[in-house]
Structure formats: structure tokens, C-alpha cells
Write a protein that binds this ligand. Sequence first.
Ligand code: PMP
Length: 360
Amino acid sequence: MSNSIEKKILQLIRPEIRALKAYHVPDATGLIKLDAMENPYSWPEAVRREWLDTLQQVALNRYPDPDARRLRERLRAALDVPPGMELMLGNGSDELIQIILMAVAKPGAVVLAPVPTFVMYDMIATFTGMKFAGVPLRPDFSLDLPALLKAIETHRPAVIFLAWPNNPTGNLFAREDVLRVIEQAPGLVVLDEAYHAFAGESFMDRLGRHDNLLVMRTLSKQGLAGLRLGALAGPRPWLEEFNKVRLPYNIGVLTQASAEFALAQLVLLDEQARQIRAERDRLFKSLNALKGVQAWPSRTNFILFRVEGDADRVFAGLRTHGVLIKNLNAAGGMLRNCLRVTVGMPEENDSFLKALEACL
Ligand code: PMP
């Protein structure tokens, strides 16, 4: 039986899919969870109650509004989408990346991005049968503009993804470099602004000035990772095409109602983001004060740092001290001996710092 399944797998499953490893999410039970760029703060009890009251009115027997019209209107305002630009929603920005690539995928089509960057650009390129071309960042994690422009000429990419700020390096690429890429790109450029709440800068106001520019956001890093809601803003003609590929009811009724509710709590979410930014700056200083640690400045809610010696050992040591962060050492190259920590609550960050000191 298993033998025959294996034979069929060899016949049916594409080699590049067989070669992949499924996206791995480690079990964080009982650990201080600082691995996934989540917002550590929950809502005050009164807000939670009000939210649950709202959900009571949701009809679970009916399909959701397939276009999530009311939510999209509220998001347009919250995200400052320029007039005349369209907005599309996805089950997290991951789904939006998938939708874009499903719409453009054809034999030989290329997705290009600076590397290291968010892994899903590469993975979804593979899922959709596209080729991924990565252009290494400079050692200071800035864009290598000449190399990028050359790669654009060589590959003529259908889509370029720029995570702005970038994950896992945490920095914002220079605005003028990004503009050059947008101007030189023969295809689409997606500015992935997942960490916008912690960066403060955006290309949203450039929409409409470049026909090939799309801006992507997510509510995940702002305290709503469990909801799975991403938003793609851009010129209507592009989004009309992508909308054909989007599954009809991709945003469920509970997500629509909860996101609408959350958008009425922006003051609370913004205050949480402010606290996270302040904690990030404290954590950055504390990390760099440790002997044998080099941390890079961050415009996000996480910090990349390198340890002297063996990062795998430090990572494992942190786990035994009850702290889960992200180990990037296996990626090698620029990320050799690098670890990434998400900014948690002050007491979580203190526990992490204490554990790290013990493990170095
Ligand atoms: N873009 C970047 C740059 C990210 O780092 C992440 C999550 N780690 C995402 C997109 C995915 O976000 P979502 O939860 O909206 O799918």
C-alpha cells in the first residue's frame, strides 16, 4: 500500500514540491513565545466583552459578504488608501501573495526579491510553478541596487517583492533605492508593509503615481494574528484581475465582524504598537550591552542579532530556559549564527535577556 502511494507520489507530485519542507511552526506550549512577531498584548476585559457581544449578532448559517464591502470601506480609511485606488482582502497577506502569483504564473515567469527576506515569496513562487531569483543584500542589509537592477534586466521578473521593513533583517531599504526598483521593473512591484505599525513610513501615498506599484498590509502584527486578515491596495485594473483568482468567501463572517470591531479600537491598537516600539528600543540597547551579542537596529517588532559562537546551542539553551525565539542559523551566509527575537511584554523581554545571558 505505502509502496504504491510512493510510486504515485513520484508520478503525480511535482519534483519541486517533493523537495520542499512544509512551513514549520514549532510547538510553543509552556514557553514564552517570542518567535512569530505577534503582538503580546491582549484586549482589556471590557473590550473583549464588547467584541463577544458583537459576534453574537453574526449569522453563521449564511455565507459571508463575498466582497466584505463594509470592512473594506473601514480599512480603506484606516490604511489611508488614496482615493481612486482599490483594496482587496486576503486570509492573511500570505493568501494575497498566493493570489498575485496565481494570476501571473506561467512557464518561465520569475519572482524576484532581495534575500534574505520573507520566505513565503520563494515558497509560493514554487507552489505556483514560478522561478524565484534572490538578490543578496549588502552586508549592512541595504539593497545592492546595481545587482538588483542587473537582475531585473536578466530575469525580467513578473513580480518583485520588497518587504519594507524587511523580515528577518528589520531594516527599511532606502526610499530612493526602492523608487529606482519601481521605475526599472518591467512587471509588478509589491511593497509588503507588514510591519508598518512599527516603521511609520509607507509607500501608500505613491499609489497611482506608478502603474506597477501595489502596497500590502496585514493586521497580524498589530494584535490580530489569529484573525488572518491581509489587505492589498493598488490600481483598480490590477485588483480586478486578481479578484478573479480569489476564492469567493475567503474572509469568513467571524473575521469580517471581528476586524470591523477592531478597527473601531484603533486607539488601543496604536497604543500597543507604541509600547512595543518603546520596548524594542530598550531590548535593542540591552542586547548590544551583552558581551558576545551584536543586534541590528529595527523598524519592526522584532530584532535580529548575532551571537559569538554557536547560535544553535544558544537557541536550544533558551528553550530549556522556557523561551522560544527564531533560529536563523540554518539559512547560513549572512544569517550565520543569527537569531531573531520578537518584542514581547517587558517582563517577557527581561526573562529572555536573563536566559540569553545565561546561555552565551
Ligand atoms: N510579510 C512579511 C514581511 C512577514 O514577515 C509576514 C509574517 N511573518 C507576512 C507578510 C505574513 O503575514 P500574514 O500573517 O498577514 O499572512
